[in-house]
Design a binder for this molecule. Structure first.
Ligand code: ADP
Ligand code: MG
Length: 291
């Protein structure tokens, strides 16, 4: 049977935006000295604004560029994709009808249109494939923390789109509260280093690792745990499920995906990272009463 204080805690949890799937998590919370967090959708809203869109090739103008980019993104449910498709609709741009699109995990998308193969990918992909790009063209966007996707065909960059995301309203306060508890904060992201550095600084986060593939996030968690730390991992997407499972406590943000929820010990159903502070307080009170 569940001890009385515990079942009371569970209903208090529900009024604080928490679903505690594993009561062991409350007991383990005392050990946590590291909190690893996904960036997009966890610390930020995950709703991107298009801040720049530019053709850098004479064969394509800005409207056609947007048409193609939105077409390739129609096959994705990534927050970046949703924002770009909505932007094209708002601008009343006809969205190109791709035959076939595919996700390239951690890099972007590819697809076929009128016999041509297009890629909408990040800088990491360009580096891997030795596709040249003059970084001066995008530096001002990078300095402001933008995420940049490049449209590529025949190993040539045709243009780019720069997107900005907003920090959630409670993120900075949340990080401050963790600091006050001597918990080290680390942000894990698939995004580029410049965007990650800018965002981490604005949020007051101690450490960050950028350009990570989902399996890399998992490795970071495992390494921290192996070196004696007790890690709480907070994330959302399907990609984060292995890292949630590897951490001492896995916290899923929002309704999330079924896979992420299955791997999580705690769910924050209001998608508010500050509810983690409520979880820590609640756990503390519960175990003061039971021990
Ligand atoms: P994170 O959740 O840490 O941002 P993801 O694995 O979801 O990581 O994405 C990593 C990077 O891959 C993004 O920053 C972006 O550059 C690229 N990417 C992923 N999906 C898309 C997409 N649909 N359109 C454009 N870029 C994408
Ligand atoms: Mg994510």
């Amino acid at each position: 049977a569940i001890p009385l204080v515990m079942s009371r805690s569970t209903s208090i949890a529900a009024t604080n935006g928490l679903i505690i799937r594993d009561n062991q998590a409350m007991e383990n919370s005392r050990k946590i000295d590291y909190i690893a967090m996904d960036k997009t959708g966890t610390l930020t809203e995950g709703k991107f604004t298009v801040n720049g869109l530019k053709s850098i090739d004479s064969t394509i103008n800005d409207n056609k560029l947007l048409s193609v980019i939105a077409g390739i993104e129609s096959g994705s449910s990534h927050p970046i994709a949703n924002s770009i498709v909505q932007y094209a609709k708002d601008k009343k741009i006809e969205i190109a009808n791709f035959d076939d699109v595919q996700a390239i995990k951690g890099y972007g998308m590819s697809g076929k249109l009128e016999g041509h193969e297009y890629y909408l990918v990040n800088m990491k992909y360009l580096k891997n494939e030795n596709i040249p790009i003059d970084s001066k063209l995008v530096q001002t966007y990078l300095d402001k923390g933008n995420t940049i996707s490049y449209l590529v065909a025949d190993k040539k960059v045709l243009g780019f789109v720069a997107l900005g995301d907003r920090i959630k309203k409670n993120t900075i306060e949340f990080i401050k509260e963790l600091k006050a508890r001597n918990i080290t904060t680390i942000m894990l992201t698939g995004d580029n280093k410049d965007a990650a550095a800018t965002m981490a600084k604005q949020m007051g986060i101690d450490e960050f690792r950028a350009e990570l593939l989902p399996e890399d996030k998992n490795k970071v968690i495992k390494q921290l745990e192996l070196s004696g730390h007790h890690v709480m991992m907070v994330g959302d997407g399907i990609n984060d499920a292995p890292s949630l499972a590897a951490a001492t406590i896995g916290v899923a943000i929002g309704a999330g995906t079924d896979v992420a929820i299955d791997s999580a010990d705690v769910i924050l159903y209001n998608s508010d990272p500050f509810d983690i502070i409520k979880f820590l307080k609640l756990s503390h009170h519960t175990y003061q009463k039971t021990v």
